[in-house]
Design a protein around this ligand. Structure first.
Ligand code: CS2
Ligand code: MN
Length: 356
């Protein structure tokens, strides 16, 4: 079990606190200040690893090395950024990284309409209301997200990307889905052979939410699209971050079956396990991890991973803000720690029921 943590004072949660969560042995981390497209230098990675190791934790996953928009757009300048990406892979291999999470979402990463929506128990959650998101234009959406971020960086919402947002949205709106798939294939064909050489499993994160927005192309949204994705470059190093909360927002996604299919193929390297409470097929709240709090059957989900021999990394995903905690939205200590314990409890029960 691992836990996401942001270095350089960009996290309210400390490594010492994470070390005390029972069963958590490692970290998923990143260097959010490095501009998208630049090489992640070894001089930054070595101290990062040292800091985490000194707290008694392993650096297991890098989440995420984001992909420059020129690669996603398929511009001639993409080759320069691909070279940089490959150099970053080489440096990550030097500090022993075996799994790299990334995503191929155009313009912006995840989208929510409220980063602190109140629940009846007094906690707050990140929520998504489709009509509200559509009403805001994307630039206003960015302002709304930042105003609620409590001064922490928002993963995937790098300020440099925002400047070009309006123009980028126009660009993608006129790009066909086929062309966007081709740009993803170009990325994979360039990068996966190097990932194989360096022993780093690449793990794409699904689009969040998993449906089209602002006319932007969305690729990693359901079982058919994931099959297409995996066939673009057939290698176990071309794999998935299976985020149950992202995919689970769409009620048509049958998660246990989807988990079983891709895990049995050895293509799932990283699991983000969290629950969602749906209010319609396009509206949801992120809720506590327990099955009883949302619409996903967390027992069936964990069992699907266990039954199909999952041996990658697991982390709890976004949590609620509880007990008065003030943290980066979704990434407080308390509710994610409860989530980790719950998931470890399910795992232990499932394992023991098979052997007793
Ligand atoms: C999100 C994303 O799922 C999540 O935890 O916070 O920012 C995610 O880390 C990226 O999309 C992965 O590339
Ligand atoms: Mn996720």
């Amino acid at each position: 079990m691992i836990f996401r943590w942001f270095p350089g004072g960009d996290d309210s949660v400390t490594l010492e606190q994470i070390k005390q969560i029972p069963g958590v042995s490692g970290i998923a981390t990143c260097l959010p200040d490095i501009p998208v497209g630049e090489v992640w230098p070894l001089e930054r990675l070595v101290p990062l690893k040292k800091e985490i190791n000194q707290a008694g934790l392993e650096v297991e996953v890098i989440e995420s090395v984001n992909i420059h928009e020129d690669i996603k757009k398929g511009l001639p300048t993409r080759d320069r950024y691909l070279e940089n990406y490959i150099k970053t892979l080489a440096n990550l291999a030097q500090i022993g990284i075996k799994c790299l999470c990334y995503n191929f979402m155009p313009v912006v990463d995840w989208v929510r309409s409220d980063l602190a929506a109140p629940l009846s128990d007094g906690s707050t959650v990140m929520s998504y209301r489709h009509a509200q998101v559509l009403k805001l234009n994307p630039a206003k959406m960015a302002d709304a997200m930042f105003s609620q971020a409590r001064g922490y960086s928002l993963p995937g919402w790098e300020p440099q990307r925002l400047a070009a947002m309006a123009a980028d949205i126009d660009f993608y709106q006129s790009l066909t889905l086929e062309a966007y798939w081709a740009n993803l294939k170009y990325f994979l064909d360039a990068v996966i052979p190097h990932a194989e050489k360096y022993g780093i499993k690449m793990a794409i994160h699904p689009d969040d939410p998993p449906w089209p927005l602002y006319g932007l192309p969305k690729l990693i949204t359901d079982v058919d699209h994931i099959r297409t994705f995996l066939s673009l470059h057939d290698s176990v190093y071309n794999g998935l971050t299976l985020c149950t909360g992202s995919l689970g927002a769409n009620p048509d996604n049958e998660l246990p079956a989807l988990i079983r299919e891709f895990t049995a193929q050895g293509r799932v390297h990283f699991a983000h396990i969290r629950n969602v409470k749906r209010h319609s097929s396009r509206d949801f709240d992120e809720c506590a991890h327990l099955s009883s709090h949302g619409d996903l059957d967390m027992f069936a989900i964990v069992k699907a991973f266990h039954d199909s021999g999952f041996n990658g990394y697991i982390r709890p995903d976004h949590g609620r803000m509880i007990w008065g905690e003030k943290a980066r939205p979704g990434y407080g200590l308390y509710d994610r720690a409860l989530g980790a314990s719950y998931l470890l409890g399910l795992w232990e029960a499932i394992a023991k029921m098979k052997h007793n």
